[in-house]
Design a binder for this molecule. Structure first.
Ligand code: PAF
Length: 280
């Protein structure tokens, strides 16, 4: 496995792979890898000839009040996990090269990114679309793999790729969960044992919603009310949003349509912001 830090080296490696007719699957990450990332890598292996994992804690997707500085980082462990997982190249760019002092160009999706997480994190998706567009230009993958846990991110990136005629397929791999049901996230490391116990209400509330819909319930108001009620039973949990939206457009739905509806939740567990979702 090779570790590439310079943008020019990554472009040269990518051109070499493509001229040898080897397709590339890119797994963009911010590092501190967990089982969820490893499952993205497994999915990627099945979609192209070689896997490139990018590791970059992207400053432009964090607001000044957010956890950019404290975001967990462990470069050596990440590289060891990638090696074990059969990754061909880890691309580990430097912030100074990605965003030099005179940097001034951003990519912004203007519709899907404005709802759900876009309301409370107004600049977040602009940072994500910008860095992912840059990574696509550098790595030139045939396919890029993202997690279902970040369903809105995947929808926004798919829209960006279509709107900007990018020759890249956006693949989405299922959410991987901890034993207590909590969706895997690097931010779970912030949770104390007590917070962790209360956070487990999030996947439990989603499961209740699933049962309601499987039992025939189609009123999104009723499903959202039940999920909100369950989350409110925990003292440390504060709801940011509970929404049922079209999985592609992120538009609110009045009725659950199995195969199209996405139940998305964001909540604070004390000072830790968690998101999760469920496709009906
Ligand atoms: O999902 C993430 O980890 C990040 O948002 C991504 C896609 C790597 C962009 O920085």
């Amino acid at each position: 496995m090779d570790i590439v830090t310079s943008i020019q080296d990554m472009k040269t490696r990518s051109a070499g792979l493509r001229s040898g007719e080897r397709s590339i699957a890119l797994v963009p990450t911010m590092g501190f890898l967990h089982e969820g990332h490893l499952s993205l890598i497994e999915t990627a292996k099945g979609l192209a000839d070689c896997v490139v994992v990018s590791i970059f804690v992207n400053p432009t997707q964090f607001a000044p009040s957010e956890d950019f500085t404290s975001y967990p980082r462990d470069r050596e462990r990440d590289e060891a996990l990638c090696r074990e997982a059969g990754v061909e190249i880890v691309f580990h760019p430097e912030a100074e090269e990605m965003y030099p002092r005179n940097y001034s160009t951003y990519v912004s999706e203007e519709t899907l990114s404005k709802t759900l997480c876009g309301v409370s994190r107004p600049h977040h998706f602009r940072g994500v679309t910008t860095v992912v567009a840059k990574l696509f230009n550098i790595v030139r993958p045939k396919v890029a793999v993202f997690g279902q846990k970040d369903a809105q991110q995947a929808a926004v990136l798919r829209k960006m790729a279509a709107d900007l005629h990018m020759d890249v397929e956006i693949a989405v791999a299922p959410t991987v969960r901890e034993k207590d049901g909590l969706a895997m996230s690097s931010r779970n490391t912030y949770l104390s044992t007590g917070q962790r116990e209360e956070a487990a209400i999030i996947p439990r509330a989603l499961e209740t919603a699933r049962s309601m819909v499987e039992g025939g319930m189609r009123s999104t108001d009723r499903v959202m009310a039940e999920v909100t009620h369950l989350l409110a039973t925990k003292r440390r949990v504060r709801v940011i949003y509970v929404a049922i939206v079209d999985r592609d457009t992120m538009e609110a739905m009045r009725e659950v349509v199995p195969g199209r509806s996405l139940l998305a939740v964001a909540a604070w567990v004390d000072e830790v912001r968690l998101i999760d979702n469920l496709l009906f």
